[in-house]
Design a protein around this ligand. Structure first.
Ligand code: ZN
Length: 261
């Protein structure tokens, strides 16, 4: 069964900046979906901020294996209710790929629990991306290093939690370095942050970048998606204990009482 990818784009700069519209006539989300769709084992759909519920209804999330997130100018306009929904779905096993300026999105900061800040410079400088974990599934068919000729610099420190794995590290012409490809787990969900991208440069036309996105889609699917409700604190009845026990000591709660969420 093909990996079901959903590319979410805030679709703001595409509407307001002619340069961005020229480079990405179908939006950044459209271009990213086209890159994913080059692989016959991936189906890629898109959703945008402007769609009802930002195109991220519960049903649609459940029918998605991996969600790609592009946002920059409108992080604050993403409804908290939708962020809650996506965060819980990631915990259940939805894969999440956060791209470039998505480092400051509500969903990424929620799942990381840290500021996710960095240094940046928009000077069109060269970026050399090093594959530092060549055996990783996301690095499949990716060379030892590759370049993006015009990039926005992102520099360390990148204030995220220590990652589970570091797949890529970037060097920039101006001298800075940055951890460009990082993974985490949250519950059953796999999370990948991938740095390359920027509205005014054709980064998502780059074939090697496209290959990383396709690899990430395949890596991010967890077929063992949790279906159960995992936000309730459930009291286990005395009748249901695997080993028989008797109550000892004073009690605060009644048998059958529900826990607070
Ligand atoms: Zn940027």
């Amino acid at each position: 069964m093909a990996v079901r990818a959903l590319v979410w784009g805030e679709n703001v700069h595409e509407q307001t900046n002619p340069t961005v519209r020229e480079i990405y006539p179908d939006g950044l989300h459209g271009m990213i979906a086209a890159q994913l769709g080059q692989d016959p084992d991936i189906t890629a759909e898109t959703a945008t901020l402007q769609d009802p519920e930002h195109g991220l209804t519960q049903k649609r999330l459940e029918q998605t294996d991996v969600l790609f997130w592009w946002g920059h100018a409108a992080h604050g306009e993403v409804a908290d209710e939708v962020v809650d929904r996506v965060a819980l779905e990631v915990w259940r096993g939805l894969g999440l790929v956060v791209l470039h300026s998505g480092h400051f999105s509500k969903i990424f900061r929620r799942l990381m629990g840290t500021p996710c800040a960095l240094h940046w410079r928009e000077a069109g400088e060269r970026e050399r991306i090093w594959t530092v974990n060549p055996g990783h599934e996301i690095a499949r068919d990716i060379p030892r290093s590759f370049t993006v000729e015009n990039a926005e610099m992102y520099g360390e420190p990148f204030t995220v939690p220590e990652p589970l794995e570091t797949v890529f590290v970037s060097w920039f012409q101006g001298g800075e370095v940055f951890r460009s490809g990082l993974t985490w787990r949250r519950g059953a969900g796999k999370i990948f942050y991938f740095r390359p991208g920027h509205e005014t440069y054709p980064v998502y036309h780059n074939e090697t970048v496209g290959q990383v996105l396709r690899n990430a889609a395949k890596w991010g699917r967890n077929p063992a998606r949790l279906k159960s409700d995992i936000i309730e604190a459930l009291q286990v009845s005395l009748e249901d204990t695997p080993e028989k026990i008797e109550v000892r000591g004073p009690k605060l709660h009644e048998e059958g009482e529900k826990g607070l969420r």
